[in-house]
Ligand binder design. Structure first.
Ligand SMILES: [Mg+2]
Length: 313
């Protein structure tokens, strides 16, 4: 049985690291945050639902906690911002062992510590069914400088960080019954939010538009193009396809698989091969004509956004 709310909160409070941007964290009616002078506030919220985003038989509680916070941090990265504080609302079934909750919190807090993010509040409740975790991350960005999805213009080059499809390929392997060592499949179990990359792309005025790849390249590129009122052509050969457990991932998973938490951005100029230690690959161009097209050899076919199905299929 999980601890009652009071002792759970006391436990989180003891383990959470203090950030100088948090004037008042857990223990009052609201958190009080200090936003740096000349900055605006970024806020993002994301669900992590048992059976949709994770399964207890596949994911360690540490991985669930880590991935829960990654979802929020990755959104802050995609705006070119820096995270300040996180807020966590948890609904837990009564049958859940307290050790699961402890490890979940440990996974979340160790990532938070790495990015100097304080867990500054939240809520807990009993869940009649499965585990539900909702993370809110608050960050900041210099006024007027947030990198939006809407800044892409025809002729811009399209780039993506890291590699794609690794997370979805890992899910496929687990679905087909493989028991995986999480240490060999970190793209899925312990993805790294691209905070340093995102803020450098903003500081150096490289990115004209940006989004994180949470739902899959085809879907997230569609979001970016829709917001910018443009289309895109991407080259199949250029897609940085992930290698998972020594196997090169299928191109379809790299195009449509979600939860890689890489950054997808457009730029007016060529971009270095690597920024903040993360490899960058040019995959195509922004076009005036709407729609997204995949070029492979002589063939040019329309790429439709296949929404990421998470674990439900
Ligand atoms: Mg996002």
């Amino acid at each position: 049985v999980p601890l009652n709310e009071k002792s759970l909160i006391a436990r989180i409070r003891r383990q959470s690291t203090a950030s100088r941007r948090v004037i008042q964290g857990i223990g009052d009616d609201c958190a009080v945050l200090r936003i740096p002078r000349g900055h605006e506030v970024l806020v993002t919220t994301d669900f992590s639902l048992e059976g949709v985003h994770f399964r207890r038989e596949w994911h360690s509680p540490q991985s669930v906690g880590h991935r829960c916070l990654t979802r929020g941090l990755s959104d802050i990265a995609a705006m070119g911002g820096k995270p300040i504080a996180a807020f966590l609302s948890l609904a837990l079934p009564r049958s859940l062992p307290q050790s699961w909750v402890d490890k979940f919190i440990r996974g979340l807090l160790s990532l938070a510590k790495r990015f100097d993010v304080q867990l500054a509040g939240g809520d807990t409740a009993g869940s009649p069914g499965k585990i539900l975790a909702d993370i809110i991350v608050v960050g900041s960005v210099p006024t007027g400088k947030a990198v939006l999805r809407s800044g892409a213009r025809p002729g811009d080059r399209i780039f993506v960080s890291g590699s794609l499809g690794g997370s979805a390929a890992t899910v496929r392997q687990m679905m087909s019954g493989g028991k995986l060592n999480p240490l060999n499949f970190t793209a899925h179990f312990f993805p790294q939010p691209r905070i340093a990359l995102g803020s450098q792309l903003r500081e150096k005025s490289i990115a004209s538009a940006m989004i994180d790849v949470s739902d899959g390249l085809s879907t997230d590129l569609t979001h970016l193009c829709d917001e910018s009122g443009v289309g895109a052509e991407i080259s199949a050969d250029a897609i940085p396809v992930a290698t998972v457990g020594k196997v090169v991932v299928n191109l379809d998973l790299a195009l449509h698989g979600g939860e890689d938490y890489e950054l997808l951005f457009t730029a007016r100029q060529p971009v270095p091969n690597r920024i903040a230690g993360v490899p960058l690959t040019e995959i195509g161009r922004v076009t005036r004509k709407k729609g997204i097209f995949l070029i492979s050899g002589q063939r040019r076919k329309r790429l439709t956004a296949k929404g990421f199905e998470h674990l439900s299929s």
